[in-house]
Design a protein around this ligand. Structure first.
Ligand code: SF4
Length: 357
C-alpha cells in the first residue's frame, strides 16, 4: 500500500462529527482538506514540509503561508489531533510528554536520548485491556484505540519539542496499550513512520512490543514491513505467565512461541524477549534456567527489565546482586541477555509507569 495515498486512520476511530485534522489524513490527501482545497496545490506541500520536516504543528509558525490561511488553520485546530499539555524532564535526560486528545484523554509518550540515539516510546491506546500485574497503564482499564494520526502526531510533536536536541530517530511501540490490539491503525502509522513523505524513519529503527497475539504476530510478519518485534514474555512457564499477564490464559505458550519463530523466519529479524524482573515473583534461579531452556529453541535475545515502582502496586525489582545472578544463569546457557537501564523513573516515565496523566 502506498503510504502517500493510504488513509492513515480508520475514520470510525475519529471522534464522531469531528473534522479530520491533516495528520488524520494521508499526506497525498492533504490538499483535499476543507481549508486547503481552495488553495494552490503547493500549499499542502508547504504545510507537509513544516509538519514532517520541522516538527512544526502550530500554523502560526508556518511563515511561508499567507497570514489568513495560518489563522484559519490555527483557529480550526486543523493540523494535529493532539495538544501538548505538559512536559516533564527527568534528571537523566528522558522527557515525558502528556498529550491531550481532542476528546480529552491523556496520552503519555517518552523521549529517551542516549548518545546519538533519540528513541521515542509511543502509545497505541488510551489505557490498556491487558492488565499486566506491574503496569500503571492497565490499572484503569481500556478506553479506546488511538488513531494512526494520533500515533504519528506523537512522533511529529516530539520532533518539534525535541529540537535542538535532535529529531526522533527510533520508535518503540512500548507506551500505553497493546499495539497488536489496534492492528489496522498501527500498520497505517508504521507506514507513515517509514514513508519518505512522512517521518522518514528506517523500518529497522522501529520496534513493536507485544504481550503476544499470535495471529497478529503472523500478520505483522506477512505484512513485510521489516520492523523489529519484542515479546513481553515475563515468565518461563504458562502458569506463572498467566499470573503476571491475566489474558495470557487464552494464549497457549507453544502457540505464541511458534508465532515468534514464524516472525523470525519471515522477517529475518531476531526477536527481543522482554522479561520484567519482579522480586519474589519471577526472579528465582529456577526461573532463570527455565527461561534459558525455553528461549534456546528460538533465535532471540533476552532483555531483563528491573521492575519500576508504581503507586498502588506492591511490586519491586530484585534487591542486591539478584539481577546480575539471574542474568548469569541465562547467559550460562548460551543465551544473549542484557539488562535494560532504568530511564525517567523520577518523572514516572519508565517502563510500566505510564498512566495517561
Ligand atoms: S505492560 Fe503493556 S500490555 Fe501490559 S498492561 Fe501495560 S501497557 Fe498493557
Amino acid at each position: 500500500m502506498d503510504p502517500a495515498t493510504a488513509l492513515p486512520c480508520d475514520p470510525a476511530d475519529l471522534k464522531a462529527g469531528a473534522t479530520p485534522t491533516l495528520l488524520d489524513l494521508a499526506p497525498a490527501e492533504w490538499g483535499r482538506h476543507p481549508l486547503l482545497a481552495e488553495e494552490p496545490p503547493f500549499r499542502a506541500r508547504q504545510v507537509r514540509e513544516w509538519v514532517f520536516g520541522a516538527g512544526v504543528t502550530d500554523p502560526l509558525r508556518m511563515t511561508n503561508l499567507p497570514e489568513g490561511l495560518r489563522r484559519r488553520l490555527a483557529d480550526d485546530g486543523a493540523v494535529t489531533p493532539l495538544a501538548i499539555e505538559r512536559e516533564h524532564l527527568s534528571a537523566d535526560g528522558a522527557r515525558k510528554f502528556l498529550f491531550r486528545t481532542r476528546d480529552e484523554h491523556g496520552v503519555e509518550t517518552v523521549l529517551i536520548p542516549a548518545g546519538d540515539r533519540r528513541t521515542l516510546c509511543v502509545s497505541s491506546q488510551v489505557g490498556c485491556a491487558m492488565g499486566c500485574l506491574f503496569c500503571a497503564s492497565g490499572l484503569a482499564g481500556f478506553t479506546r484505540n488511538l488513531t494512526a494520526g494520533e500515533m504519528v502526531a506523537q512522533v511529529v510533536m516530539a520532533n518539534g519539542a525535541a529540537s535542538p536536541a535532535g529529531r526522533v530517530n527510533r520508535v518503540v511501540m512500548m507506551g500505553m496499550g497493546e499495539p497488536l490490539l489496534n492492528y489496522a491503525n498501527l500498520l497505517s502509522a508504521m507506514r507513515l513512520f517509514t514513508a519518505e513523505e512522512g517521518c522518514g524513519l528506517g523500518a529497522r529503527r522501529i520496534t513493536v512490543s507485544t504481550v503476544g497475539i499470535p495471529a497478529r504476530i503472523r500478520d505483522l510478519a506477512d505484512a513485510g514491513l521489516g520492523v523489529h518485534l519484542a515479546l513481553s514474555l515475563h515468565a518461563p512457564t504458562a502458569a506463572l505467565r498467566e499470573k503476571i499477564i491475566p489474558p495470557a490464559r487464552r494464549v497457549p505458550l507453544d502457540e505464541l512461541m511458534e508465532a515468534i519463530r514464524y516472525y523470525f523466519e519471515k522477517s529475518g529479524r531476531e526477536v527481543l524477549i522482554e522479561y520484567i524482573l519482579l522480586a519474589g515473583v519471577n526472579d528465582s534461579e529456577d526461573e532463570a534456567q527455565a527461561l534459558a531452556r525455553l528461549v534456546k529453541r528460538y533465535r532471540a535475545t533476552v532483555n531483563l527489565i528491573p521492575a519500576n515502582p508504581v503507586v498502588g502496586l506492591p511490586y519491586r525489582p530484585p534487591a542486591g546482586d539478584a539481577i546480575a545472578r539471574f542474568q548469569r544463569e541465562v547467559r550460562r546457557r548460551g543465551i544473549r541477555c542484557t539488562v535494560r537501564r532504568r530511564r525517567g523513573d523520577d518523572v514516572s516515565a519508565a517502563c510500566g509507569q505510564l498512566a495517561g496523566g
